[in-house]
Design a protein around this ligand. Structure first.
Ligand code: 13P
Length: 243
């Protein structure tokens, strides 16, 4: 089936721009490529869902852990599902750091998203100054998932210093971090998770990253905004067997 290649468009693309991307993407994506997902801004989710011809998935970049009510500006998992999303990114470092989302709040979001029928990409990763105590930081972030059935959850390792910087973690660092995540989740939740790498991934560096057994795929920001580049990444992921 190939490794899982996920686009995180972040706060980019109008509906018109999303439609132009999808037209090019549909035309270029080989039919056999199936293991991919586009996490679009809420305003574009339905347009992406409607326009996609391939067999991949659509996701959102956040949810609020309630079905409905007086939560101004928020979007529920039920609304995301209604718009065509099947995945939600939860715990991205930009939400942890810019919106002040705590581990406890993220655990609530993960539980509620899963109960509502969404699958989850749960992000963890260390700041540059925390790199020397990588394992401890990852373990602390993963603690939020304790006691949760992780069948519908994929973990994304995104070192904060590698996001949008053009600076990719070394192969050794990626292996070390992914092994630490796998070990922690095995001990804590009793399952072996799929772990994606994210941070300045592009078609020129994705090959050696996705060749690693410990890497189940990639979560891509900047490079996923270009349809041609995103198709290339999916094709690279397709060369390797996912677990
Ligand atoms: P970049 O690929 O732009 O570094 O972003 C990574 C990321 O944050 C994906 O969630």
């Amino acid at each position: 089936m190939g490794k899982f290649v996920v686009a995180n468009w972040k706060m980019n693309k109008t509906i018109k721009e999303a439609r132009a991307f999808i037209d090019e993407f549909n035309a270029k994506l080989p039919k056999k490529c199936k293991n991919w997902c586009i996490c679009a801004p809420f305003t574009c989710v339905f347009a992406v869902f409607e326009g996609l011809k391939g067999a991949g998935a659509v996701g959102v970049q956040n949810i609020y852990p309630q079905e409905k009510g007086a939560f101004t500006g928020e979007v529920s998992p039920q609304m995301a599902l209604d718009a065509g999303a099947t995945w939600a990114i939860i715990g991205h470092s930009e939400r942890r750091n810019l919106m002040g989302e705590t581990d406890e709040f993220l655990a609530k979001k993960v539980k509620f998203a899963l109960e509502s029928g969404l699958k989850v990409i749960f992000c963890v990763g260390e700041k540059l100054e925390e790199h020397c105590r990588l394992k401890t930081v990852l373990k602390a972030e993963l603690k939020a998932l304790k006691g949760i059935d992780l069948s519908g959850v994929v973990i994304a390792y995104e070192p904060i210093w590698a996001i949008g910087t053009g600076r990719v973690a070394s192969i050794e660092d990626i292996k070390r971090a992914h092994l630490a995540i796998i070990e922690t989740i095995e001990k804590q939740n009793g399952v072996t998770p799929v772990v994606l790498y994210g941070g300045s991934v592009k078609s020129s560096n994705a090959g050696e990253i996705m060749a690693l057994d410990e890497v189940g795929g990639v979560l891509v920001g900047g490079a996923s905004l270009n349809a041609d580049e995103f198709v290339k990444l999916i094709e690279i992921g397709g060369k390797y067997e996912s677990k």
